[in-house]
Design a protein around this ligand. Structure first.
Ligand code: NVA
Length: 316
């Protein structure tokens, strides 16, 4: 039995990712067949950044598994401010079955995982948002079937958490992942390298380009994300105002027309209509954003059940 975490998308092997997605599909059809948290056991769910989908879906997932979701406002707890991350981890771990944390620095999340002694799940950091990509992959499976060999094109801010997670998560799924982003906002080089390595094992591929049309051409899935991520509010004007570097990466009908005929559109939300995506696209027939948002619940439930299974009761 092993203590496992989901800190970044490639923490799951291709086979493990497929197992979690299979399990999510089963739990979507039969929501209450897994009772891994019966007791109820507590799962600590911590937020240092705003949330809607993540809070609702993790509370639903923990409750659905028979557990108690303890939501903690990170500002009140002062994690890493009032006391160190390591000390918080050593408080939470013995009283929780798992820790779910949305925060800024990936290094802090890693420190939590080092000291908590229970599975730690990344509920979004500046670098990654792996639970969102699991939900996206489930949505793509539901819409177009097997993931391997399919192409997902992300256009927009290539340096943000979603771009990084698509690179790693889609490469793990054996997909061809393309990132269309201005050369001023490339994904981190080490993450591109990790995605290429993973794609080499799964038959997928990785392309980073500053040409949005080249990114989207023939793609099965087109995705984007806000141009101003949480924590970047101070740069809002330069990121989305006049002269925005992302202007030509907006997903509109003309860009969608470059994708495959049956291509679907995804967005992790919140969306800013008229900026990264037009109303016609996000509210149009190819958009699966509401199904995608609901799928957060199912994949997170499957993920928690799987992580708890890896730990086994002996370690608790
Ligand atoms: N890149 C966005 C994702 C929101 C779910 C952010 O970090 O704010």
């Amino acid at each position: 039995m092993t203590l496992r975490h989901l800190l970044r998308d490639d923490d799951l092997t291709p086979a493990e990712q497929a197992t979690v997605l299979d399990r999510a599909a089963v739990l979507k059809a039969q929501p209450f067949i897994e009772r891994s948290l019966e007791g109820p056991r507590t799962v600590a769910i911590l937020f240092d950044k705003p949330t809607l989908r993540t809070q609702v879906s993790f509370v639903g997932a923990v409750t659905g598994l028979g557990g108690y979701p303890m939501v903690v406002d990170g500002r009140l707890a002062g994690i890493g401010v009032r006391e160190s991350v390591a000390d918080v981890a050593r408080i939470l771990g013995p009283q929780s079955a798992a820790v779910v944390w949305r925060t800024f620095a990936q290094a802090d999340l890693e420190e939590m995982a080092r000291y908590a002694g229970v599975p730690v799940v990344n509920a979004l950091t500046d670098d990654f948002h792996p639970c969102q990509v699991l939900a996206d992959l489930l949505t793509v499976r539901e819409a177009i079937g097997d993931l391997a060999g399919r192409t997902l094109a992300y256009v927009g801010d290539g340096a943000n958490n979603m771009a990084h997670s698509y690179l790693l998560g889609c490469a793990t799924a054996g997909m061809h992942v393309r990132v269309g982003t201005p050369s001023s906002h490339p994904p981190a080089a080490d993450i591109v390298t990790a995605a290429e390595r993973r794609a080499g094992e799964t038959g997928g591929s990785v392309l980073v380009t500053d040409d949005p049309v080249a990114a989207v051409q023939g793609a099965d899935v087109v995705v984007t994300d806000t141009w101003v991520s949480m924590g970047q509010e101070g740069e809002a004007e330069q990121r989305k105002g006049e002269g925005s570097p992302f202007e030509k990466y907006r997903v509109d009908d003309a860009l969608m027309a470059q994708a495959a005929g049956q291509a679907v559109f995804l967005h992790c939300l919140p969306a800013y209509r008229g900026h990264e995506v037009t109303e016609d696209v996000i509210d149009g027939p190819r958009s699966l954003v509401w199904q995608e948002a609901e799928n957060r619940l199912h994949v997170q439930k499957a993920l928690l059940a799987w992580l708890l299974e890896q730990v086994g009761e002996g370690l608790r």
